[in-house]
Design a protein around this ligand. Structure first.
Ligand SMILES: Cc1ncc(COP(=O)(O)O)c(C=O)c1O
Length: 396
């Protein structure tokens, strides 16, 4: 990955937060500068080129998650796309009353599903798994029945990094007629995912983590080709309309993936995602994943050898087959420990309540020595002692 690392500015503290916000590559910086020039010179004339970006960038992101062309669009946020796709799935399953989800999933997923359950008069059933190892495939399988309309799960848990068996759970849901919506926020651009091969129904994910699209870059939405005409999402905006510029009287959505768009797409963010995803495509997800697995194995060993004797515990699966691309470590004073590492410009990870520091070494621009040194610094800070801190800023 060395040639790729050179495309990033890697000065400063050791950055192990690529699972939260990726770094900008030189190509992203250039593409954004070019886009601003284009805007200032061509003004509204640029739209003839920008209008198809959600689909074009969608196809590019699709190649990173095993989706053939015409099944992915890039638009809106993950939260909004999750809402659109979950609502569309529920409308297509009128006789089924239950939405299944993970009690330990990322908050936005649970909140969106709570809102939709309330709005559609359905029951939201939250499954409880292990905080470290996540849900068992068998437990998810056993919970799906003829009343299940939708199963909505994250492929990789945001806190522990526990990874679910996407293909097996998708198959289990299909056996009982349920649809599955996957949140790929912590997999896209880091872990091989083959949505087409798994015959996945729906997926969403963000582009600012491993995909390096930048803060607030638009999310992606995947709908399997044969489902597209069957599904109708609830935000009937003009970007989903056939012959949009005819400005017709009634909503009549396009037959393809375009119907999952709503309003004007964020062009600058889309261009950044396009440039960033091009770099990932060139590096190749299998190679990124191979390096990532070495990182997580190394982190697990170092946490056990150095941090566990100091009162910390591994908060990610010990089984590599269940791990994602980040590793978490728990400690009763995780927040002051994390804060000390950031304040002293040593290591940037992030804190997730109640007691976890996440370490996400993005394989594209992180070196093995960074991971080694990060744990060394974490050890030194713990050995020196961390004081309880009462206040926590708005963002951790
Ligand atoms: C697993 C998961 N789902 C959803 C989201 C929310 O994405 P957004 O805030 O872009 O809607 C995040 C954000 O970090 C996430 O980690």
């Amino acid at each position: 990955m060395a040639p790729y690392r050179r495309q990033f500015n890697t000065e400063g503290p050791i950055y192990l937060d690529g699972n939260s916000l990726g770094r900008p590559s030189a190509s992203v910086v250039e593409r954004l500068a070019e886009a601003v020039r284009d805007w200032s010179e061509n003004l509204v004339g640029g739209w003839s080129r920008w209008i198809d970006l959600p689909a074009a960038v969608g196809d590019r992101v699709g190649r990173l998650i095993g989706a053939g062309p015409g099944q992915v669009v890039v638009c809106d946020s993950t939260t909004v796309n999750l809402y659109k796709l979950a609502a569309a799935a529920l409308s297509a399953q009128p006789g089924r009353q239950v939405i299944l989800a993970d009690a330990d999933d990322f908050p936005t997923d649970r909140y969106v599903l709570q809102g939709l359950a309330e709005l559609s008069g359905r029951e939201l059933r939250l499954l409880h798994g292990s905080a470290v190892d996540g849900l068992d495939t068998e437990a998810v399988d056993a919970a799906i029945d003829a009343r299940t309309a939708l199963v909505c799960l994250s492929h990789v848990n945001f806190r522990s990094g526990a990874r679910l068996d996407l293909a097996a759970i998708t198959e289990a849901a299909h056996r009982r007629g349920a649809l599955v919506l996957w949140d790929l926020c912590h997999s896209a651009g880091a872990i091989p995912v083959d949505l087409d091969e798994a015959r996945a129904d729906l997926a969403v994910g963000c582009t600012y983590k491993y995909l390096n699209g930048g803060p607030g870059s638009p999310a992606f939405a995947y709908v399997r080709r044969d489902l597209q005409v069957r599904l109708r999402q609830p935000v009937w905006g003009w970007f989903g309309q056939q012959d949009q510029f005819a400005m017709g009287p009634k909503y009549d959505p396009t037959s393809g993936m375009g119907r999952f768009l709503a309003g004007t797409p964020p062009v600058l963010g889309l261009l950044a995602v396009d440039a960033a995803a091009q770099t990932l495509e060139s590096a190749g997800v299998p190679a990124l994943w191979a390096k990532s697995q070495q990182f997580t194995a190394m982190l697990v060993d170092l946490i056990r050898d150095r941090l566990e004797p100091l009162g910390a515990t591994l908060a990610s699966p010990t089984d590599p087959g269940r791990r994602g691309a980040h590793v978490s470590v728990a400690h009763p004073r995780a927040w002051p420990w994390c804060k000390a590492l950031i304040d002293r410009r040593m290591v940037i990870g992030d804190f997730r309540p109640p007691d976890v520091i996440r370490l996400g070494p993005a394989p594209l621009y992180t070196r093995f020595v960074d991971v080694f040194d990060a744990v060394q610094k974490m050890t030194e800070v713990l050995q020196a002692g961390v004081e309880e801190v009462q206040d926590r800023p708005r963002v951790t």
